[in-house]
Ligand binder design. Sequence first.
Ligand SMILES: *Cc1c(COP(=O)(O)O)cnc(C)c1O
Length: 228
Amino acid sequence: MTDLTDQIRNNLTDVRSHIASAAEAAGRDPGEIELVAVSKVQPEDRIAAGLAAGQRVFGENRVQEAIGHWSHLREEFPDLRLHLIGPLQTNKVSEAVALFDVIETVDRPKLAGALAREMKKQDRQLDCFIQINTGEEPQKAGTLPAEADDFIRACIEDHGLSVVGLMCIPPFDEEPSLHFALLREIARRHGLGKLSMGMSADYEIAVEFGATHVRVGTAIFGAREPKA
Ligand SMILES: *Cc1c(COP(=O)(O)O)cnc(C)c1O
């Protein structure tokens, strides 16, 4: 148990120092980069170790699993910030708005409308990122780059969502920097300041290309083991 806590504390320290070096090399302030610790599929003792090490910002990709991981911890850790980083179905919008602080995966008009209505109903204004499918992969969520301008405008002007930035997951087998640069360019056109990009394998490159949020799982918590 203490071994595990030490290990995850060390991993967090390493990742933070890599972020800081990458930021400094790019002439950026490391303080403007938020580390989102991706706790999906991780057992509770690893999550507890992350909390013990002082981490407070976490990412989850499934609503139901996130409720299991986090609803009982909210009271104990009032400064938690939970990011939804996986696809959201409209029938889960109510639970998602109740649990999360940030929705990173707004990617279609029906979802944008449902989120806007639910946030009004619950009187909770969550920060939103719009997910862009920069690799135009058919199996992946996200708005296509060609449709991004209209969709971003609609989210802000028609739905009144609090859009803070853009998010992407580059194709597994491609040079991520091209995708990071594309995301940055689309955000620039709309004056959006936040970019959620970069995972365990490429977060330093993402920082070089302007990431303000990196989503790191295995480099902090270790490999995700299938549940027994
Ligand atoms: C799982 C996941 C991550 C973290 O991936 P690692 O390679 O474990 O760092 C980041 N972003 C999204 C959207 C994910 O689903």
